[in-house]
Design a protein around this ligand. Structure first.
Ligand code: CP3
Length: 342
């Protein structure tokens, strides 16, 4: 485990060549993923079939020799397991039976996630067994706030109007949803760690739509509770937080949650990233669209990022997930550039 470069950086070591993995490194930009996807009835079938989830997780590691595999799954398996029926319709993203009042929460049960996600934990074990010893396996979950946006809006949203309305109108009811998601997330991450995940990442992808008081209450506080509970059960396992769009509140998120490392979105300036790096290892933050553009711009910006963060612990990554139109050759070029001369 200590020979895994990602784990060394998470423990605070500065490596000459930053280890690399990319958010959404498995998925539609890869022809081998699209081929498997066609063979399954739905996206969630892939997530709940251990052999398929294992194979898809390993595809990008095999092709690009990344330093980590990230479990192929989704943040919405948690609400699915709690009893909100989640579906993915091609071209429309996720669709959930929305919860919008305390009454809607009655049929939901966080303790059901463990049994529902047993195939996910089985995949984690199979992946760890198949993975080379120097590669880290990253488990993950959504942050309670981010998952709550999908649960309340009934899917993706542009305005977050419905979820914010409930949050302000009925803080006790909305707080109960956040509490249920927090409890389920602790259990879900804990079981991934028990099954073989070396570290876990909390995707708070919609952190950036909250004003400061709500950011503290619904992003920092639940994450602090998750980190604390995981530390009690698995003291050696680092938790990476990814508070996308948190801007000047990132430092407060780091201090307030107790996370071991922080993923930075594309909007974070290099100088701020280097400052944060004095406190915790950082991960990020190349613009995913540079991977679509490719060419000299990609290599140049990757070099600047690497050089700018060479003074502290750095895991190279994107500022958000790979987009489906990314040419796989550009990903290979990025990895080659990173591992070439500085
Ligand atoms: O990083 C990885 O490679 C691991 C797999 C992973 C997926 N989703 C697979 C996926 C991870 C870590 C996620 C996280 C996730 N899921 C987030 C947080 C990160 C982020 O991107 O902000 C969110 C918000 C979701 C919810 C979700 N899942 C949406 C909104 C969608 C539809 C939009 C889209 O990209 O298709 C998904 C579907 C999804 N999750 C796909 C994949 C590979 C595409 C499904 C398909 O093949 O049709």
């Amino acid at each position: 485990m200590t020979d895994r470069p990602i784990m060394r950086v998470l423990a605070g070591e500065v490596l000459a060549v930053p280890p690399v993995w990319l958010m959404r490194q498995a998925g539609r930009y890869l022809p081998e993923y699209r081929a498997l996807r066609r063979s399954a009835d739905s996206f969630l079938d892939l997530c709940y079939t251990p052999a398929l989830a294992t194979e898809i997780t390993l595809q990008p590691v095999r092709r690009f020799d990344f330093d980590a595999a990230i479990l192929f799954s989704d943040i919405l398996v948690v609400p699915d397991g709690m009893g909100m029926s989640v579906g993915f319709e091609d071209g429309h993203g996720p669709v959930l039976e929305p919860v919008r009042s305390a009454g809607d929460l009655a049929p939901l049960d966080p303790s059901r996630v463990a049994a529902h996600c047993a195939p996910v934990y089985e995949a984690v074990g199979a992946i760890r067994t198949a993975l080379a010893p120097d590669k880290a396996l990253i488990g993950f979950a959504g942050g309670p706030w981010t998952v709550a946006t999908y649960a309340v809006e009934g899917g993706s949203s542009r305005t977050f109007e419905t979820v914010k309305h409930w949050m302000w109108r009925d803080p006790d009811g909305f707080g109960a949803l956040i509490d249920m998601l927090t409890e389920a997330t602790v259990d879900h991450l804990s079981r991934q760690i028990a099954a073989g995940a070396d570290c876990v990442q909390i995707f708070e992808s919609w952190a950036g739509v909250l004003a400061e008081p709500e950011f503290r209450r619904y992003a920092i506080e639940p994450t602090r509770r998750i980190v604390e509970a995981l530390r009690a059960r698995h003291p050696a396992t680092p938790v990476i937080g990814f508070p996308r769009g948190a801007g000047r509140l990132i430092e407060d998120y780091v201090a307030g949650t107790g996370i071991a490392a922080v993923g930075l979105d594309t909007g974070v300036p290099l100088a701020q990233a280097a400052e944060i790096q004095k406190t915790v290892p950082v991960q990020g933050n190349l613009d995913p669209l540079l991977l679509v553009a490719g060419g000299p711009a990609l290599v140049e910006r990757a070099g600047q990022l690497r050089a700018g963060l060479a003074g502290g612990p750095h895991i190279f990554n994107l500022g958000h997930g790979i987009v489906p139109q990314t040419p796989p050759d550009h990903v290979a070029a990025l990895v080659a550039a990173l591992r070439g001369p500085a």
